[in-house]
Design a binder for this molecule. Structure first.
Ligand SMILES: C[S@@+](CC[C@H](N)C(=O)[O-])C[C@H]1O[C@@H](n2cnc3c(N)ncnc32)[C@H](O)[C@@H]1O
Length: 407
């Protein structure tokens, strides 16, 4: 997840495509997705044709487009550089390459806006393809783009970020009846589940803006069998159980939580602890929970035994498996997570808080909890297996993890 500092400026991202949602019919969305599809705006095309670089926060970004105001661009270039490169492009180039009808539709739903007295246009959101889905999320301050959006406290996270990519790959895509994504953000995992392997899908997020994005994304992709709820963890689904629960919660240590998608209290585990506590109540018999998150080993117990403790009186009913992808000492982890300068007062305070809590290691992990199938409960922690799993993955995530492994 990013380490960029949030700006609390009230002027952040004033113009919001989501305002159009309530008034638009499904035909508008159908036209839009057909136009994106006809231009070839899908994940495999884009990954094949464009060179994405990984920035220091692990986000995949496009190199800068030269002569963005004058050059002739293909229709795919125009969409990729507007919605993924966060570039400001010439209205003439974009209208010419995409066709004036599609260009007007994009304006109508407020996905792009005109600037500089009609000369240039910019995207109001990021659109990233996940396979053939179109996923809207917030633009973010990326170093290479000509637009510098401010990171707002209710920022909605994007699917092409490194940790989101990893998370998507650890979720089993086998058939299941009831699927719950906790902390669903823009909702693309819910949409994938609904499209490919789950009969009923629920998504919960505490951020109302995330739920609006998720609802927008549902309509944009014409997917109906997903229900979204705005609320704190399991509160909106209090009396229900699910066959599969998945989550990519916020886990970055923060003295004061300022970004909803990122900050997880002083040890990073504030939300994860409550999430894990809720699993025994909400997982069906035979069900599984899968999560990508950061946990810690402490002086008094390693992470996997701490997870068992969080499961409380029902702990014996579950198997717990932790695959460790990376581990760091508090000093090194906090340094990576403290922006912008190392060894600030903030860093010192976080370090002292970790010391008092007895944290000896931060672990980047894939956590699986499953309802026990006979025998005695298993607790499992492994590092080697995670590398095999990772090697079996394709694409930039695997590459990135291999790089990290060498460091
Ligand atoms: C790292 S983002 C993950 C978003 C999405 N699952 C993804 O991978 O792109 C964490 C999400 O957790 C949500 N969140 C934070 N605290 C929460 C809580 N107490 N209950 C439900 N959602 C929460 C945030 O709003 C954010 O959307």
């Amino acid at each position: 997840m990013d380490t960029l500092s949030p700006s609390l400026s009230a002027s952040a991202f004033e113009d919001d495509a989501l305002d159009s949602l309530d008034v638009m019919g499904s035909d508008v969305f159908l036209n839009l997705r057909n136009s994106f599809a006809n231009i070839g705006f899908n994940e495999s095309n884009i990954r094949d044709q464009y060179l994405f670089e990984s920035d220091p926060d692990g986000a995949f970004i496009l190199p800068k487009l030269h002569n963005r105001k004058t050059s002739h661009v293909s229709s795919l270039d125009a969409l990729v550089y507007l919605f993924m490169g966060q570039e400001s492009l010439s209205v003439d180039c974009v209208a010419q390459s995409t066709g004036s009808r599609f260009f007007s539709e994009l304006q109508e739903v407020n996905l792009i806006q005109i600037h500089e007295g009609g000369a240039t246009c910019q995207a109001t959101v990021r659109i990233e393809p996940v396979k053939k889905l179109l996923v809207c999320a917030d633009r973010f301050p990326q170093r290479s783009s000509s637009i510098e959006p401010i990171l707002r406290p209710d920022h909605v996270y994007r699917p092409w970020d490194f940790s989101a990519q990893l998370y998507t790959r650890i979720i089993p895509h086998t058939q299941c009846e009831s699927f719950l994504e906790m902390c669903c953000g823009s909702g693309y995992v819910c949409l994938t589940a609904a499209q490919h392997f789950a009969q009923s899908v629920c998504g919960v997020d505490i951020n109302p803006r995330a739920i609006r994005f998720a609802e927008f994304n549902k309509k944009l992709n014409g997917i109906e069998n997903v229900t979204t709820y705005c609320g704190d963890l399991f509160k909106p689904v209090q009396s229900r159980t699910f066959d599969r629960i998945v989550a990519h919660p916020p886990y970055v240590p923060a003295l004061v939580d300022s970004l909803t998608y990122r900050d997880g209290g002083v040890d990073g585990e504030r939300i994860s602890t409550d999430l894990i506590r809720g699993i025994p109540v909400h997982l069906s018999d035979g069900g599984e929970f899968h999560s990508y998150l950061v946990l810690s080993d402490r002086i008094d117990a390693p992470a996997e035994l701490r997870v068992r403790k969080m499961l409380g009186e029902y702990a014996q009913e579950f198997d717990v498996a932790l695959l460790i992808l990376a581990e760091r000492s508090p000093a090194s982890y906090l340094l990576k997570r403290t922006d912008p300068n190392p060894f600030t007062e903030e860093y010192e305070q976080k370090y002292e808080a970790c010391r008092q809590l007895g944290i000896v290691k931060f672990l980047s992990t894939v956590l699986t909890i499953r309802s026990r199938r006979g025998g005695s409960p298993t607790t499992f922690r492994n590092r080697a297996i995670s590398w095999e799993t990772v090697r079996a993955m394709e694409g930039p995530v695997a590459k990135k993890i291999e790089e990290r492994k060498k460091v």
